[in-house]
Design a protein around this ligand. Structure first.
Ligand SMILES: Cc1ncc(COP(=O)(O)O)c(C=O)c1O
Length: 442
């Protein structure tokens, strides 16, 4: 669609007396896409008011994901999340979110002055969030009328929630279900995609082929379409990247071939999950996306971060390290050579490390809330030593990035346990957005 049209246009040899300023020149780097960078010129549609080629691309996305409508984002899932949450919370400001939601959801809570409640999550023995508490969810949905529930499935680490159950509950309590599926655009390829939501937001750049930050909003409730689209045009740049859009176009053109490619990836993954390791553990579970290779370092003498460093010595760069595990992302575009390198490296590292009984000094808790995020952000604050912060009210978010899930949010009370959790991350060389001080409310 878009690429074909652009190919034909470029052959016509029009001279570009318009933006972008690089003018398809050949005096800049040839490995950057200046030659295909364009803007809303005649005949090339406008993503923020699509009528032609972008509508067709959106129809194709809707067809692939079996939803009623879709909206392309060239500003990531972040933009889709902000736009969707705003569209649903003009009147009712109560929002319920899974505690482990991404910071973009918390940012929406801040900028739209929302009253937030949180659904408890469950964590496994390596500290990875694997599920929510369905009992807690139902109790909360029962307790108040929420404009929306926001959940994440699949998660960064690849865990899927019971979407069917959650959707039934939100229907029962008349709450809109917003699914953050940023990490699950490829779930279709292995039969784990479920159309059980009112709105879902997904990133194509994370696990499929489209360039960073290609994403889309998937819509089942058509009554919300126009308002989400209007908000997308507010939060999205008025100059959406045509290079990014061309990569989405190519992804859509080739989507059918991705299923076959996944079968090959699955064979490579079988090979990895079958490696005989003594101390490291590869986690492969039914409710987990196996293309997210999670390696537990629990009961060894190394942390996730140390494993990442050892893999880097073998010229392997990973996605994320946590105190007790490392996360490696694979995709249908991976090559056999990469998996061979990984296999050899894991066997070598596993032989060199030792058993050690490890205590995970970490227990997940949702802090007590003293005031809403938007109020706490605007209040007067002081930076103090973390050790002196117990029982004070946090004036800031604290999170590790990635994954950008808050340990504490503004307006929440800093307990001893939260301080210990922060220190536990820091001791394990996990990069947080604070040093040994934290902003508290005066
Ligand atoms: C769970 C989750 N949701 C949303 C996002 C935002 O996605 P994007 O980077 O496409 O804006 C992320 C980013 O990492 C994420 O982890």
């Amino acid at each position: 669609m878009l690429n074909e049209k652009l190919d034909a246009y470029l052959k016509e040899n029009y001279y570009p007396f318009h933006m972008p300023g690089a003018k398809r020149t050949d005096i800049l780097r040839s490995d950057l896409p200046y030659k295909r960078d364009l803007t809303e010129i005649y005949g090339f549609d406008n993503l923020n008011d699509p009528r032609d080629i972008f509508l067709k691309m959106e129809e194709k996305i809707a067809k692939i994901y079996k939803v009623k409508d879709s909206i392309i984002s060239t500003n990531g899932s972040t933009c889709g999340i902000l736009s969707t949450i705003r569209s649903l919370t003009y009147e009712n400001k109560n929002i319920l979110i899974q505690r482990s939601c991404h910071k973009s959801v918390y940012n929406a809570i801040e900028i739209f002055n929302l009253h937030s409640d949180y659904v408890n999550v469950s964590v496994d023995d390596i500290g990875s969030i694997i599920d929510i508490s369905y009992k807690d969810l139902e109790n909360k949905l029962k307790s108040k009328k929420y404009a929306a529930l926001v959940i994440t499935s699949s998660s960064y680490e690849g865990y899927y929630l019971d979407l069917k159950k959650i959707y039934q509950l939100t229907k029962k309590y008349e709450t809109a279900l917003i699914l953050d599926m940023a990490h699950g655009s490829h779930s279709l390829l292995f039969g784990k995609y479920e159309n059980n939501f009112d709105i879902a937001i997904t990133s194509f750049h994370k696990n499929l082929s489209a360039l960073t930050p290609s994403s889309a909003v998937l819509i089942n409730d058509l009554s919300l379409s126009d308002e989400i689209r209007r908000n997308m045009a507010i939060f999205q740049t008025s100059s959406p990247s045509y290079v990014v859009l061309q990569s989405i176009d190519e992804m859509l053109e080739k989507f059918d071939s991705f299923y076959k490619m996944y079968e090959i990836l699955d064979l490579y993954l079988d090979d990895i999950y079958n490696i005989n390791l003594d101390k490291l553990k590869l986690i492969d579970k039914k409710n987990k996306d196996r293309s997210k290779i999670l390696i537990s370092t629990i009961n060894t003498n190394i942390s996730g971060e140390m494993l990442a460093n050892k893999l880097r010595e073998e010229k392997i760069e990973i996605e994320m390290a946590y105190p007790s595990y490392a996360l490696l992302i694979s995709s249908i575009f991976d090559r056999k050579e990469g998996f061979e390198r990984l296999k050899n490296a894991l066997v070598k590292i596993d032989r060199a490390i030792e058993y050690r009984n490890t205590n995970m000094d970490f227990s997940y808790e949702i802090p007590k809330k003293s005031m809403e995020i938007s109020r706490a952000i605007l209040a007067r604050k002081t930076l103090i030593d973390l050790n002196l912060a117990e029982n004070k009210i946090s004036a800031q978010f604290v999170y590790a990035y990635p994954p950008g899930i808050p340990i504490i949010a503004p307006g929440e009370i800093i307990s001893r346990n939260i301080i210990d959790n922060i220190k536990y991350f820091q001791k394990n060389s996990i990069d947080l957005n604070i040093d040994d001080r934290i902003f508290i409310l005066n």
